[in-house]
Design a protein around this ligand. Structure first.
Ligand code: SF4
Ligand code: FE
Length: 483
């Protein structure tokens, strides 16, 4: 099958009929739901750009399995050039959607599984890699979205999975037989879960022997019996239910996260890619985290371009664009943003070939990229609100413009410079509000801190990847220290 069009993708998601709960109700049709739809549109953009000749080189790739042209979001990196094209593609996508387009976690998970199943087979003589390749063929052939499910609810964070009072707080194997396994648990904060065809489920951290029931990895269609989705709320989400298109800030696109509950779900052996091999769970998480931490340098810098643009527009509309401190703050936004991107590019440039034939990003640089992202986008939000002014928190609703006795008065008092209408200025205000503290802030603010691991996780990896003894030796030599 050729790559799907955007519309074919939408229909394929509708056909899944996923059991999704949102705002206290079961959703009839996730594709038409006004709260979910913008997030579907964002994934739809990954299909749309793959059809455009001008983006062919960036948005598509040649499959190493079939030799056919496929969407790059289904591709296993075959070179440093492939590694480099990912952040470039993600930045483009961030610019086009202004939010999270959800398809990269799956891309990073598929690349991780390519490497880890190969390593497991080489050491243990298992057949995981072949199972994985069978799955990958389906994803590439049918041009599917694969979600990546790592994060467990974790309960008491001071206790390991098997020490929890409730053993289901980390997803685990509860039964095994000749046909397959049965799993129970939950994966929290699942980006793009209800817009995906398949999901790759893996452990969230390194496991010890006593936790080996939790060292489980598998792939399964998202509509597998026993999986239920509960859609996460976002700040200002119900604005999408209101009339008009200004107050939502970003009317076309959005991201989403969901709780994915596995209530005794059967997984046949052909879809199981780790079952009890606890020694490999830490390595799996490390490979995934490196890929995904580097991914953030692409997507967040694309969103950062949108926020910087909106902020520069607000300076124009407010008549402050020529003030030297405003120029300085806009330059600072660019510096912060490009620092995020530069690290992602560097992590790709310094990538290396894995024994499976895939390519890995540089772990140290990927973690430096993400640690910057736990800070820089947040500082960009502060600068954007500083430049935009207090209107970010006080602007009346779009509905008020329609009130006969005050609509024109509001238009008069919400105006900035001559030649720019109050509506135009309000659109810009709402976009900045969206990205810095509305629905878009989940992608640009909260995810920047916690997505792909919270800041301390990056510090731990930076410590591990930094060869301090070697650095000391450099210093000893220069300083002439012999002992
Ligand atoms: Fe992709 Fe960024 Fe969303 Fe992660 S946060 S899925 S890297 S767009
Ligand atoms: Fe993410």
């Amino acid at each position: 099958m050729a790559m799907k069009t955007r519309e074919e993708y939408f229909e394929s998601i509708r056909a899944l009929k996923l059991p999704v709960y949102l705002l206290g109700e079961k959703v009839e049709d996730t594709v038409e739901n006004p709260i979910i739809r913008p997030s579907l549109n964002s994934v739809g953009m990954t299909y749309e750009i793959a059809q455009k000749p001008e983006y062919e080189d960036l948005a598509t790739a040649i499959s190493h399995l079939s030799g056919k042209r496929i969407n790059r979001f289904c591709h296993i990196h075959q070179s440093v050039d492939d590694l480099l094209k990912k952040p470039r593609l993600l930045r483009l996508m961030g610019r086009k959607t202004g939010t999270c387009f959800q398809r990269c976690a799956g891309l990073d998970a598929m690349n991780t599984l390519n490497a880890i199943t190969f390593e497991m087979d080489a050491e243990l003589g298992t057949e995981y890699h072949q199972r994985y390749l069978n799955f990958l063929r389906i994803v590439q052939e049918e041009d599917l979205v694969c979600d990546a499910a790592l994060t467990d609810p974790k309960g008491d964070r001071s206790l390991s999975p098997s020490q929890q009072a409730d053993p289901d707080l980390y997803l685990r194997v509860v039964k095994k037989d000749a046909r397959g396994i049965v799993v129970r648990g939950c994966k929290a904060h699942q980006t793009g879960a209800v817009n995906s065809h398949w999901v790759a489920v893996t452990p969230t951290s390194a496991m010890k022997e006593e936790d080996k029931d939790y060292a489980v990895t598998f792939v399964t269609p998202t509509n597998t019996r026993g999986i239920t989705y509960v859609y996460g709320r976002q700040s200002c989400d119900t604005r999408k239910l209101e009339a008009g298109s200004i107050d939502v800030g970003n009317a076309g696109f959005g991201g989403h996260e969901a709780y994915m509950i596995f209530d005794d779900v059967f997984i046949p052996w052909e879809h199981v890619l780790m079952c009890g091999e606890y020694r490999f769970s830490g390595r799996l998480v490390e490979i995934f985290a490196n890929y995904h931490r580097a991914s953030y340098g692409g997507c967040k810098s694309g969103m950062g371009d949108v926020l910087t643009g909106a902020t520069a527009l607000m300076a124009d509309y407010n008549g402050t664009a020529k003030a030297s401190h405003i120029k300085d703050k806009l330059q600072e936004m660019v510096h912060l943003n490009e620092t995020c991107y530069a690290c992602a590019i560097a992590a790709a440039c310094e990538g290396s070939r894995h024994s499976s034939g895939g390519y890995l990003v540089n772990g140290l640089l990927a973690n430096v990229a993400k640690l910057n992202i736990t800070r820089n986008p947040i500082e960009m939000c502060r600068l954007a609100q500083d430049i935009a002014g207090a209107v970010i928190g006080t602007t009346p609703s779009e509905q008020d413009l329609a009130i006969p006795e005050i609509g024109d008065l509001l238009r008069k008092y919400l105006k900035g410079v001559a030649g720019v209408s109050a509506e135009v200025r309000m659109r810009c205000i709402r976009l900045i509000e969206n990205i810095t503290m509305g629905t878009g802030a989940v992608a640009f603010f909260t995810e920047s801190i916690h997505g792909a691991g919270s800041p301390q996780a990056q510090k731990v990896m930076i410590q591990r990847y930094s060869n301090f003894e070697q650095k000391k030796e450099f210093a000893r030599k220069i300083a002439g220290i012999k002992e």
